[in-house]
Design a protein around this ligand. Structure first.
Ligand SMILES: C[S@@+](CC[C@H](N)C(=O)[O-])C[C@H]1O[C@@H](n2cnc3c(N)ncnc32)[C@H](O)[C@@H]1O
Length: 240
């Protein structure tokens, strides 16, 4: 019954959308609701909201053309898989890594991925600060994405180190981003990035107006970043 609204969103994004992909989303929704009874995965539990606020919202990342060209992606602070898993369902050939500091959420994601027969999905149980210092993850991805994890200053410190030089970090943000962007500008530069675009996003089936902040990695992130979580807690990167 949600096929038409999802197909409409996919069409708007120039993505193909098959009955099989739809079935994968329906399996995902069912497991999300089942596991949510025991684990705290999401506050969104109504079917139509799972479709719009999780699935359709997540795939809006494809409005950034950089994602269409990517071969590898990391979702930092993926939680119950957003936006990483819906992106993977829409672009199955993408190699993805789902990272979160809570292992019970990764157990859920392993179960969902197995049920949906997804290949080339890696699960990393780590704080983002620690994973980004490991050579197998640092400078390794065409694209990093993240939604609802931190403000843009902190998020860029957590995500940009994972991206290859020339690759992109796409932050999925809410309606009011102007101040956050202004506050983050200095940190983005220090970390080797440049904000190249802010894209307004309308989420089908809702009155939500979101933004994608697209940051290109211009040069390697200096070795000292990301700092330890204790150091980050003391102060965000700022020129003041
Ligand atoms: C509010 S949830 C958002 C989850 C998902 N991205 C979404 O949009 O629904 C934040 C998630 O980020 C994870 N997280 C927060 N800080 C983190 C860090 N420093 N390293 C790794 N994961 C982190 C939390 O465990 C949680 O699963």
């Amino acid at each position: 019954m949600y096929f038409d609204i999802m197909k409409k969103s996919a069409d708007q994004l120039n993505l193909t959308f098959s009955r099989d992909q739809y079935e994968q989303f329906m399996q995902y929704k069912l497991l999300l609701k089942q596991w949510n009874e025991k684990l705290n995965l999401t506050a969104i539990t109504e079917d139509d909201e799972i479709i719009s606020k999780h699935f359709i919202d997540s795939i809006q990342a494809f409005q950034s053309e950089e994602l269409n060209h990517a071969e590898s992606l990391i979702d930092v602070g993926t939680g119950a898989g957003f936006p990483g898993l819906p992106i993977k369902i829409m672009k199955p050939e993408l190699k993805i890594t789902l990272l979160d500091s809570l292992n019970k959420r990764l157990n859920f994601l392993r179960a969902v991925s197995e049920e949906m027969n997804l290949e080339n999905v890696e699960f990393v149980h780590s704080r983002a600060e620690d994973g980004a210092r490991k050579s197998e993850y640092r400078d390794s991805y065409d694209v990093a994405v993240s939604r609802a994890v931190a403000n843009l200053t902190l998020l860029t410190e957590l995500c940009l180190p994972y991206v290859k030089v020339g690759g992109h970090f796409i932050a999925l943000k809410g309606p009011a981003v102007e101040q956050e962007i202004e506050d983050a500008e200095y940190a983005v530069k220090v970390l080797g990035g440049k904000i190249i675009r802010i894209q307004k996003v309308k989420v089908e089936g809702t009155d939500l107006n979101h933004n994608l902040v697209v940051i290109r990695k211009m040069k390697p992130t200096p070795k000292g970043y990301p700092r330890s979580s204790a150091a980050i807690k003391k102060s965000l990167i700022s020129e003041k």
